[in-house]
Design a protein around this ligand. Structure first.
Ligand code: NAD
Length: 446
């Protein structure tokens, strides 16, 4: 099939490369000239495992191309995917300016029937707005081409995006047209090897499905963070509690790890947008308001622990003279994405209290520099930042932190203090090794 994808970001680039990999001809369009020029030369603007190889292979085999020429891309394609950003506006609602700009561009250039597929995460009713934007352009051109607008929300996870796209748990297609549903099914058929779960529904339900999924996952995280905080106060072990509840098939084990709060480009903005959508129709999302509030508080938990353990409570800057080494900056492992990362809050709080901060991350240092500049120091060597530090704080669960050289950590740190926001190690072994080990919600563990 002939496809164009608007937006060469985390979603658009992965979708474009994966559609090309299954034999389609895909043109990726972006308004960012530098990004497109780089992609033409095989420079991938984001870090996502496996993406570079996939892009280069499909590009060299002639199925994947990159352009800023919107007109040519629209004319050459039957299906246009919209995969541009929908950042939160000032009131928390999704900002649709980029999505609607693409709709207008398609309306300006289409020369016949088109299927316009919204893959960006957008509030219920956006397909109607896209349809109106396209129609307004057609009217002003005085032409009457037919088109369909489809909602096809994306559920990939950064860090595992290629696998998620190639072997999705499900593909949701929202359409009111049987013929369009058949074309979309044909397009996604090659990706149905793991599960044959193509779920066709009406457009508004498809738009809502994406928000409901992310809101549910954010709810599990905030729930478990509160359970962990309570375990700490009651001398119970949250890891045992997770085993105990996860074994119930109605609950399951996933998304029940405590941590420093959820971040990233999706959960925070999608929870906010759903709260806002509900506001607009006079309904209050009581549960999601609490999920958000818990998450904001949770982002402060690690820095608070460092303050309690190392801070001079009488001082103006309680952590003055202390050096804190941080492992992990990105909001989760296997990505360079720093959007709404808990590390941003944690490090700002450490700095505000007078600490010197050194950070390691395998991929996100370039992104982190945009926020912290020279206010902290960086290294791509996880041990280099430990020398003489008063504590190590683990923020992101990159796999290289799971089984590190503990003897080296012990030798390098000034104090053998580890505050672990991801519960990576066994508390009893850490104590035996002589560490002062502070995980989340595990005071009661042996
Ligand atoms: P991103 O910021 O990484 O990429 C968006 C791209 O769109 C940018 O390259 C930008 O230059 C480009 N763009 C903006 N206006 C354009 C236009 N008029 N024409 C062509 N290109 C244009 O965004 P992302 O993380 O890929 O997210 C895209 C959408 O997918 C969002 O709605 C997001 O909520 C949703 N989503 C994201 C993820 C994720 O993990 N990142 C997962 C599922 C869904």
């Amino acid at each position: 099939m002939k496809i164009c994808v608007f937006g060469a970001g985390y979603v658009g680039l992965v979708a474009a490369a994966c559609f090309a990999e299954s034999g389609n001809n895909v043109i990726t369009v972006d308004v960012d000239q530098a990004k497109i020029e780089g992609l033409k030369q095989g420079i991938i603007p984001i870090y996502e495992p496996g993406l570079k190889e996939l892009v280069i292979r499909n590009q060299s085999e002639g199925r994947l191309s990159f352009t800023t020429d919107i007109e040519a891309a629209v004319k050459a394609s039957l299906i246009s995917f919209i995969a541009v950003g929908t950042p939160p506006g000032e009131d928390g609602s999704a900002d649709l300016q980029y999505v609607l700009a693409v709709g207008r561009s398609i309306g300006q250039h289409m020369q016949g029937y088109k299927i316009i597929v919204d893959k960006s995460t957008v509030p219920v009713g956006t397909a109607d707005k896209v349809r109106a934007a396209v129609q307004a352009e057609l009217d002003s051109r005085g032409v009457g081409f037919e088109f369909d607008v489809v909602s096809n929300p994306e559920f990939l996870k950064e860090g595992a995006a290629i696998d998620d796209f190639m072997k999705p748990d499900r593909v949701v297609i929202g359409t009111d047209n049987v013929r369009t549903a058949e074309i979309m099914k044909e397009l996604y058929e090659p990706f149905m090897r793991k599960h044959n779960r193509m779920i066709i529904m009406d457009i508004r339900s498809a738009e809502m499905t994406k928000y409901a999924a992310n809101a549910m996952l954010a709810t599990r995280i905030s729930f478990m963070n509160q359970i962990a905080n309570l375990c700490e106060r009651m001398n119970a072990d949250v890891a045992a509690v997770r085993e105990g509840i996860g074994s119930d098939s109605r609950i399951g084990y996933d998304f029940l790890f405590p941590g420093p709060g959820y971040g990233g480009s999706c959960f925070p903005k999608d929870v906010k947008a759903l709260i806002r959508t509900a506001d607009e129709c006079g309904y209050e999302m009581l549960l999601l308001n609490a999920v958000e509030e818990v998450n904001e508080l949770q982002k402060h938990v690690l820095a608070r622990k460092v303050l309690d353990l190392l801070g001079d409570s009488g001082a103006d800057k309680p952590l003055a003279g202390k050096t804190v080494a941080c492992w992990g900056l990105s909001f989760k492992p296997r990505t360079d994405d720093m959007r709404e990362a808990p590390s941003l809050t944690i490090i700002e709080e450490l700095l505000a209290n007078g600490a010197q901060v050194r950070a390691h991350d395998p991929e996100a240092i370039k992104e982190a520099r945009k926020t912290f500049g020279d206010r902290i120091s960086y290294s791509t060597n996880q041990y280099e930042i430990l020398s003489g530090a008063d504590a190590l704080v683990i923020i992101t669960d990159w796999s290289e932190y799971r089984n590190p050289d503990f003897e080296r950590i012990m030798a390098d740190l000034k104090e053998p203090l580890i505050v672990d926001g991801r519960n990576l190690y066994k508390p009893d072994r850490m104590q035996l090794a002589g560490f002062r080990y502070i995980p989340l919600g595990r005071n009661g563990s042996g």
